[in-house]
Design a protein around this ligand. Structure first.
Ligand code: ASP
Length: 352
């Protein structure tokens, strides 16, 4: 082979190698990261006003948010996967009565607790979800099991509970989810329903305890050191829900979405609107098809699209470069962020 031809062959091979689709590990070498890993969480958005919050309550929320995010941060710092970070972080919030998920789930019209959850892996676009379960202690674990151990994306009701039992997940009796403040919220909403002719469905999110209405779903989004994004969301849904109502939280694309090429998102708010606006996927799509930044895409979807529809709530999200964004159109959202340096921000109100 002539010298010139050999050189051309080498150059062609080099070009081919450089343009191969990147695996997760190669991503690590090629990304221009702002953060090589990062994590963001929410504990629900809504009419959360400082004047209605006691110092003790505020401290309790902040402490639990901090405990949760540190759990995920440590996993990421030690090289763990974003999926593990999301699952374990959400477990901390599910096990706390402060949030409307797991132990703190709100009551249905029939005085039961029905849980919805979902999780998505941005590397493979695999996803898992469960809706309307009644005896699984940590619904996010069930969502992950559906993703990894079944050929399906979403299971519901008694079938999902059975699947959880068969896969050895923690099962509890209904009294585990009993929470007096949630039960009182249900009673006060039912009383209002009787007295108010114009039924404002927003009343279903009323939280007597902090004298305001809010959405207390929990969610987590993480980027790991391998460049893999993941998102998860877990909720008890809305107080006084009935007829097997399912919100956005277990709907992939509405409540949860993750794609390594764009971003990962977890939503909280008035679920019906988040489903109609396909909030989580829409943010990713604006980035993918319109080249928008995460910040601009999240602003467009929450402040323009969702708000125009009449929906309330917000999202937390991370893009493939580790940029973290929280966007909401309510007066507050329980939220926290941690970057690769371990710098933490825990916030509740809009003006924080
Ligand atoms: N999005 C949830 C639902 O509609 C509620 C929440 O975010 O708190 O079920």
């Amino acid at each position: 082979m002539k010298k010139g031809t050999l050189l051309n062959v080498c150059l062609a091979l080099l070009f081919l190698c450089c343009n191969q689709p990147k695996t997760g590990d190669e991503n690590l070498l090629n990304r221009q990261n702002i953060n090589t890993f990062s994590i963001i969480i929410h504990g629900g958005a809504g009419t959360i006003l400082k004047k209605n919050m006691t110092a003790e309550k505020e401290a309790a929320y902040k402490a639990k948010l901090e405990e949760a995010i540190r759990t995920g941060f440590d996993i990421l710092k030690n090289g763990g996967s974003s999926l593990d970070a999301v699952e374990k972080t959400i477990n901390i919030m599910e096990d706390s009565p402060l949030f409307n998920a797991g132990k703190g789930a709100v009551f249905t019209h029939d005085e039961a607790n029905e849980h919805d959850a979902s999780i998505m892996d941005g590397k493979t676009l695999n996803a898992g979800a469960s809706a309307g379960t009644t005896m699984v202690k940590n619904p996010i674990n069930l969502a992950r099991a559906v993703m990894e151990k079944s050929p399906h994306v979403m299971l519901s009701g008694t079938g999902a509970d059975t699947f959880a039992e068969e896969h050895g997940l923690s099962i509890v009796t209904p009294d585990y989810f009993y929470n007096e403040r949630r039960f009182k919220s249900l009673q006060s909403i039912k009383d209002k329903e009787k007295t108010e002719l114009d039924h404002d469905t927003k009343v279903s999110f009323y939280d007597d305890d902090i004298k305001n209405s809010k959405f207390g779903t929990v969610g987590c989004v993480a980027l790991d050191k391998n460049g893999n994004l993941a998102a998860g969301t877990s909720t008890g849904g809305m107080t006084n829900k009935r007829w097997g109502r399912i919100g956005d939280s277990p709907i992939i694309g509405a409540g949860t979405y993750a794609n390594n090429n764009t971003c990962a998102v977890s939503s909280t708010g008035w679920g019906e609107y988040f489903i109609r606006a396909m909030v989580a996927y829409d943010i990713s799509a604006l980035m993918e098809y319109k080249g928008m930044s995460l910040k601009a895409a999240a602003h467009e979807v929450i402040q323009n699209k969702l708000t125009r529809l009449g929906g309330a709530g917000g999202i937390v999200a991370i893009d493939k470069d580790g940029n973290m964004v929280s966007e909401f159109n309510t007066t507050g959202m329980y939220r926290a962020t941690m970057n690769e340096k371990g710098e933490m921000n825990v916030e509740i109100y809009k003006e924080d």
